[in-house]
Design a protein around this ligand. Structure first.
Ligand SMILES: *Cc1c(COP(=O)(O)O)cnc(C)c1O
Length: 450
C-alpha cells in the first residue's frame, strides 16, 4: 500500500463515518485522536505491516483511542488476596465515615482556618487532640507517611550527629525503605550497636560520644528474631537516655491504638505504652493497623513535637487536606471502642468470624460456578489470611477460600481472567490453585467475574 493512501486529518473529520464520534466528543479532542490515529497508521505502513485505511476502520480506532484516554487509570478492585493491608491495592480500606470526610474535603474546608477568629488555623489541629487523647501524648502532628515521620524526626534531632541503633533493628520495609539509608538521608551518622540477635544496655552506653544526638528504636514489624535473642526495652533505653541526656525516638511501624488481644488477636505494640514508657517521640503509620489514609503520625513530648513542627522539612512533608480529613474521621471512630470492630474495615476484617466467612464463600462458590460455566472445579476450603503491611508478622488468621481449578486452564490464566473482570478481582495463586480469600470481601457477588 502506498503512503498517500492515508487520508488527511480534515478529510477524516469531514467524513460521515466520524459523525457519531463528533456527536459525543468535542472537536478538539477528536482532532487530536484523529491525528494520533493517522500517525500510527503511517508508522505501521513504514514498518511494512498491512494497515486498514478505510474510513470505517479509522473512525472506530479514533473512538477507541478517545475512550481509552478518558478511562480512569485508578479503579476500584476487589481484594480477595487474603492480605488485609495490601500495599499494591492501597493498604487500609477506609471506613464509610472516612470516605465521606475525604469526599467533603475535596471542596473548600477549614484546613488552615480558625473558624472562631477567622484567622490562620493549624493544619495539625484537626487530628492533634484526637491523637493526644488516644495515646496520652502531650502533642502530635502528621506527615505523609511513616517513612517521612522517621526522616523528619531523625533530621530534627540528629542532623550532622550520631544516631545509636541496634543492629537487630536495621530493618528494610518493602518499597526501598531501609533504615540505614533513611538515617543517612536525614543527614545523620549511623552508629550501629550490638549484634543481629543480641543487644545489651551496655552496647548503647558505650557507644555514647560527644556527638551522640539520639537513641533510635525501630519495631521489627515485618519479621521476628527468635531463639538466642536479647533486646533492650524502650523503658531501659529511656532510662539510659535520661541519665546521659540523649533523647529517644521509637519507630513503631504499625502502632496499635487499641489492644488487639482484647479481640482475640495477637498483640501488637500500643502507641500508648511507648508514650507511657517515656519515648520522647513515637512515629507510626496511619494506613496500617490504624486503618486510615496513608500518613505518618508523630506523637510525643510537646517540646520535641514543637521542634519537628518548626523544621522547614515539615512544610515539604505535610499531609494534604484529603489525608487530614480521612485521618480525623478514622481517629474519631476510636472514641467509641464498642462500635470500632463494626465500623473500621481493618478491624472488622481482622475479627471476622469463620462461620461468616464460610457462608460468604459458599454463596460466592455458587455464583462463580454460574459465571465460569462448565469445566471449572470450584470448592470452599480452609486457608490462611495475613494482616500485611508489616503488621503481626508470622501470625496468620484462619479463613475460608474459594479454590478454582480447571483440567487444562492454568491457575495463572484463571488469575488473569479474574483480573480482567469489569471490577478487577484480585486473588492469588497458591500450590497450582487459584484462590479467593473471602475475609476481606463484603459482598459474595463481588468475586463472580462478569
Ligand atoms: C511500615 C513501616 C515504616 C514505613 O511506614 P510507611 O507508612 O509505609 O511509610 C517504617 N518503619 C516501620 C517499622 C514500619 O513497619
Amino acid at each position: 500500500m502506498e503512503k498517500r493512501a492515508i487520508p488527511s486529518v480534515d478529510a477524516v473529520l469531514r467524513d460521515k463515518e466520524l459523525r457519531p464520534v463528533l456527536e459525543v466528543y468535542s472537536l478538539g479532542l477528536v482532532t487530536g485522536a484523529v491525528r494520533e490515529t493517522l500517525d500510527a497508521l503511517r508508522r505501521g505502513m513504514i514498518a511494512g505491516g498491512g494497515v486498514d485505511v478505510s474510513m470505517t476502520a479509522i473512525a472506530s480506532v479514533v473512538m477507541e483511542r478517545i475512550q481509552a484516554q478518558l478511562r480512569p487509570s485508578l479503579v476500584k478492585v476487589i481484594n480477595a488476596t487474603g492480605t488485609i493491608l495490601h500495599t499494591n491495592i492501597g493498604r487500609a480500606m477506609l471506613s464509610a465515615q472516612a470516605q465521606k470526610a475525604v469526599s467533603l474535603a475535596a471542596g473548600f474546608v477549614n484546613v488552615e482556618l480558625d473558624l472562631e477568629t477567622g484567622g490562620r488555623g493549624e493544619r495539625d489541629s484537626h487530628v492533634e487532640a484526637l491523637v493526644k487523647r488516644l495515646t496520652n501524648a502531650e502533642a502530635a502532628c502528621v506527615v505523609n507517611n511513616n517513612a517521612a515521620a522517621a526522616l523528619i524526626a531523625l533530621n530534627t534531632f540528629a542532623e550532622g550527629r550520631e544516631v545509636v541503633i541496634s543492629r537487630g533493628e536495621l530493618i528494610e520495609i518493602g518499597g526501598s525503605f531501609r533504615l540505614p539509608e533513611i538515617i543517612r538521608k536525614s543527614g545523620c551518622i549511623l552508629k550501629e550497636v550490638g549484634t543481629t540477635n543480641r543487644t545489651h544496655p551496655l552496647d548503647y552506653t558505650e557507644a555514647i560520644t560527644k556527638d551522640t544526638a539520639l537513641f533510635f528504636k525501630a519495631h521489627t514489624s515485618n519479621y521476628r528474631v527468635v531463639g538466642f535473642t536479647s533486646e533492650v526495652s524502650l523503658k531501659e533505653l529511656v532510662g539510659m537516655g535520661r541519665e546521659k541526656g540523649v533523647p529517644v525516638v521509637e519507630d513503631l511501624g504499625s502502632g496499635a491504638l487499641v489492644d488487639l488481644s482484647s479481640y482475640g488477636l495477637p498483640k501488637e505494640p500500643l502507641v500508648r505504652e511507648s508514650i507511657k514508657d517515656g519515648a520522647d517521640i513515637v512515629t507510626f503509620s496511619g494506613d496500617k493497623l490504624l486503618g486510615g489514609p496513608q500518613s505518618g503520625i508523630i506523637a510525643g513530648k510537646k517540646e520535641f513535637v514543637d521542634r519537628i513542627k518548626s523544621n522547614p522539612l515539615k512544610r515539604a512533608l505535610r499531609a494534604d487536606k484529603l489525608t487530614i480529613a480521612g485521618l480525623e474521621a478514622t481517629l474519631r471512630l476510636y472514641l467509641d471502642p464498642d462500635k470500632l470492630a463494626e465500623r473500621l474495615p481493618v478491624l472488622r476484617h481482622m475479627t471476622r468470624g469463620l462461620p461468616d466467612i464460610e457462608s460468604a464463600a459458599q454463596k460466592a462458590k455458587a455464583l462463580i460456578k454460574d459465571a465460569l460455566g462448565p469445566g471449572f472445579c470450584v470448592t470452599v476450603e480452609d486457608g490462611e489470611s495475613v494482616v500485611g503491611g508489616g503488621s503481626l508478622p508470622g501470625s496468620g488468621l484462619p479463613t475460608k477460600v474459594v479454590a478454582i481449578t480447571h483440567p487444562t486452564i492454568k491457575p495463572d490464566e484463571i488469575f488473569r481472567r479474574f483480573l480482567g473482570a469489569k471490577t478487577p478481582i484480585i486473588g492469588r495463586v497458591n500450590k497450582e490453585r487459584f484462590l479467593l480469600d473471602m475475609r476481606t470481601v463484603d459482598e459474595p457477588g463481588d468475586v463472580a467475574p462478569g
